[in-house]
Design a protein around this ligand. Structure first.
Ligand code: SF4
Length: 316
């Protein structure tokens, strides 16, 4: 993503006219081939808008999406669908209950006219093998399947196009805890076997820590930190990332109640705070933070956008 922004016109209420809401604000972010990039942030921070732009479901207001260095226009839906596919959050609502598994999984091939019609049953059967579903479920309906099986069908529907990139939006949050790890391990196995690249959008930081190589932290439409996963969890550079990690519940009773540093409510994106948008909730905020937005530092450690941050030294 190069300097991608997306605005929406929203009403301020009766007699107050309308204003522009910046859902995504000048985001430049690179997804590296073969990696899992986690994208985290609270609800409303712009994660979903960003993924819709990547999938070509929504054009950016400005900026570009490049695939393999080539600009990809929103109009080029077939080329994009062959390279980037989504796995949505809720396998209960994202699968058509009136279609069989075979019809659901083959739908992208038909919509984008990929492969000869006579070959599609074979491709579907091979894809069911990949996600660990027996071929006999091809004639089943989603209502006859468990949540974990449905999410395997949703993953198969994405995989059938043999994409390079999968956008996994909360891929396990609608599932029972007992099957979440099976689906996460399936995603990891598929990534290794097929050399896939994932953008993993999740509220669940434990899932991100388990799967992601790098993590991008988003706040009010901007990416405020990008770091390698282990480094982020060991010592975040941005106060928002630190507060987000500190608010995670731990299963260890000895750790006590988490320090929920994010005391104040998430700001209204229609009226974002001045300067650094995190300043009303930031323990370290100064007058400068209220007055001026920090520069984006891109360095050897990744990216950070905070007045207190200093560029990381180059590796020796
Ligand atoms: Fe906090 Fe200031 Fe850094 Fe923003 S710029 S995160 S308010 S210290």
């Amino acid at each position: 993503l190069r300097n991608v922004s997306r605005q929406f016109k929203v009403s301020r209420g009766l007699m107050k006219g309308s204003t522009n809401l910046k859902a995504v604000d000048d985001v430049s972010l690179q997804l590296r081939r073969g990696e899992v990039l986690g994208l985290v942030g609270e609800s409303g921070c712009g994660k979903t808008t960003l993924s819709r732009i990547l999938l070509g479901l929504m054009p950016p207001s400005s900026g570009e999406v490049l695939v393999g260095g080539e600009p990809m226009s929103a109009a080029d839906r077939k080329a994009r669908a062959r390279r980037i596919q989504p796995v949505f959050q809720d396998p209960y609502s994202s699968l058509n209950p009136r279609k069989t598994v075979s019809q659901i999984v083959s739908a992208p091939l038909e919509v984008h006219d990929v492969g000869a019609p006579g070959d599609r049953a074979r491709v579907v059967a091979e894809t069911l093998d990949l996600v660990g579903l027996p071929r006999r479920v091809a004639d089943s309906y989603p209502g006859q399947m468990s949540g974990g099986q449905r999410q395997r069908v949703a993953i198969a529907r994405a995989l059938v196009m043999r994409p390079e990139v999968m956008i996994c939006d909360e891929p396990t949050s609608a599932l029972d805890v007992s099957v979440q790890s099976q689906i996460l391990n399936l995603l990891l196995d598929l990534q290794k076997e097929l050399g896939l690249t994932y953008l993993l959008i999740s509220h669940n930081l434990a899932v991100v820590e388990h799967l992601a190589n790098r993590v991008a932290v988003m706040y009010l439409g901007r990416i405020v930190e990008v770091s390698e996963t282990a480094k982020l969890f060991a010592g975040p550079r941005h106060p928002y990332a630190e507060a987000l990690l500190a608010s995670v519940l731990t299963p260890d009773p000895g750790m006590g109640v988490p320090d929920t540093q994010l005391g104040l409510a998430y700001p209204n994106p229609i009226d974002p705070p001045s300067g650094c948008a995190f300043h009303p909730r930031c323990k370290a905020a100064t007058d400068l933070c209220k007055a001026r937005r920090p520069e984006t530092i891109r360095d050897a450690a990744g990216l950070v956008e905070c007045h207190l941050a200093t560029p990381a030294p180059l590796p020796a």
